[in-house]
Each structure stands twice: as structure tokens, then as C-alpha cells.
Unconditional design. Structure first.
Length: 275
């Protein structure tokens, strides 16, 4: 079987061409950026071992497993992160939250930041990489998730303080910035089955998807410095509800930011007095 024939076979199985190319590159030990190499070598023969490996990877993808889990890597905000089934796959939409956070943290200045429910550490590490003088703490209730975040911090040589906690429970410091991408999908949402390979605890959040957002908004004032900000990612249709919760809790300058698709993806507000 040649490279061209392998890609045709994957297409016949129902696999998208881009997915097939990336999986074939993985099977033959080349970088994901080498798609052009496949075109230049489409008549090269694959040995039986690589054919078998490629077909096994294709079956995993057709079973719904995310590409990032199969590859074991994912890029987020310019950082190469290790990811597996212990954590959610970081989404490009979440970069909107990081961009907003960096706007609030002047370059070259310090700042005390905490990322709640850090998972792979993607948000916290992106902030630390771009604001090295800031102190960045990351929490997660999952020991397994914290292990992934710690591995990523080591590989990137970034000083990230990791703590096991449910949101802000047991956290005593005050912060200039609290950020979080918490679970926000409603129980019974029809999209959940398509996410079966990712940890449910990091996705589902009660009957209306707002349970964890409510908890964070309620806890945050006591942990924010005067003038500090709380920034939250949420679902595509939750911006109005989250803005309302922030305003009811006493936050000022409540607003939302849109992702690249034009969807209100993040909402936040400023806390003006010590809680």
C-alpha cells in the first residue's frame, strides 16, 4: 500500500482527509506540519507495521476519540501541551479568555492570578508564558488533571503553582485576576454524547449548565483585590445569564467578549472593593 492508497482507504472508511493525513504522519513518525511531504511522497510504500498502525489510529478517530488524545499533544496559544483523557482538549475559542486576561495584566508588571479548574494548565500556562513576572496559581479538584498540568509546566519550564481545590475552597489570598473555563453544559444536553471521550466532570454543570459559574461568581468577591477582575468562559447562549449573575453579585463594568466565530464566549466584571 502506498501513501496515496492509504489515504484513499481512510477516506473510504469515512475519515476526513485532514484527519487521515495527520494520523498517517503520526504513524510514520513525521511532524503534523509535514502534510506537503505526503503529497511529494504519495507513491512511497508503507510497510505492514505502519499500515497496521495507521488503520488502528483511523479506527480510534472514527470511534470519536479526539485527535489531540490520539496524538497526545495539542497546541494552545502558541504552546505545545500534552493532553490525554484525564483533561479536556483545549479549544481555540478559549484563547479569547487568555487574550482578555493579558489585556488586564500590563506587560512587564507583576500581578497575582489564579486559574480555577485548570485541567491541562492551558490558560494558566499561556498567561504565565506571556506575563512571566505575574504570580500564577492554578487549581483543580482532579488529582489526575493536576498531574497533566504539572507535566506541561515542567516541559515548558514555566513556574506554575498548582493546588488541589474545588474552585476557591481553601484559597486564602486575594488576586488581581481570577480566570476560569468551568463546566457549563447542561445535563442532558444533546451535545454531550459527542464528547464521551472527554471527562464528564469537566463538561456538565447541572440542569441549566450554570451551577459552577454560580459557585465561582459567589466565591470570587472575597478573593479579589480591590479593582480585581473575574473572567469566565461560558456556553454560546449563556452570556446574558452570566452577565446578570455578575451584576447581581455586585461586579461593575460587566461585559462579554466574542470569539473568532462572533459568539459571546467570555463574560467578566470588576470588583471595586474588598469583599
Amino acid at each position: 500500500m502506498t501513501i496515496a492508497q492509504a489515504l484513499i482507504a481512510a477516506g473510504a472508511m469515512g475519515l476526513a482527509r485532514l484527519d487521515a493525513q495527520l494520523l498517517l504522519l503520526q504513524a510514520i513518525g513525521r511532524a503534523p506540519q509535514d502534510r506537503g511531504w505526503l503529497l511529494a511522497h504519495d507513491r512511497d510504500e508503507l510497510d505492514e507495521a505502519r499500515q497496521g498502525q495507521f488503520m488502528a489510529l483511523c479506527r480510534r478517530r472514527l470511534g470519536g476519540e479526539p485527535l489531540a488524545y490520539i496524538a497526545g499533544r495539542c497546541e494552545f496559544f502558541g504552546l505545545a501541551l500534552h493532553v490525554d483523557a484525564r483533561v479536556l482538549v483545549p479549544r481555540a475559542d478559549t484563547e479569547t479568555l487568555v487574550e482578555w486576561a493579558l489585556e488586564l495584566l500590563p506587560a512587564g508588571a507583576g500581578g497575582h492570578v489564579i486559574d480555577l479548574g485548570t485541567g491541562s494548565g492551558a490558560i494558566a500556562l499561556a498567561i504565565k508564558a506571556n506575563r512571566p513576572q505575574a504570580t500564577v496559581i492554578a487549581t483543580d479538584q482532579s488529582t489526575a488533571a493536576l498531574q497533566v498540568a504539572a507535566e506541561n509546566a515542567r516541559e515548558l519550564d514555566l513556574d506554575l503553582q498548582l493546588r488541589q481545590a474545588s474552585w476557591l475552597d481553601g484559597v486564602e489570598e486575594r488576586f488581581d485576576l481570577i480566570v476560569s473555563n468551568p463546566p457549563y453544559i447542561a445535563a442532558g444536553d444533546p451535545h454531550l454524547p459527542a464528547l464521551q471521550h472527554e471527562p464528564l466532570r469537566a463538561l456538565e454543570s447541572g440542569p441549566d449548565g450554570l451551577r459552577d459559574l454560580r459557585s465561582i461568581i459567589a466565591q470570587a468577591p472575597a478573593r479579589l483585590a480591590a479593582g480585581g477582575w473575574l473572567l469566565l468562559e461560558h456556553g454560546y447562549d449563556q452570556a446574558e445569564a452570566v452577565r446578570r449573575l455578575l451584576a447581581q453579585a455586585g461586579f461593575r463594568q460587566v461585559q462579554s467578549r466574542r470569539d473568532l466565530g462572533g459568539i459571546e464566549r467570555c463574560s467578566g466584571g470588576q470588583w471595586l472593593e474588598l469583599g
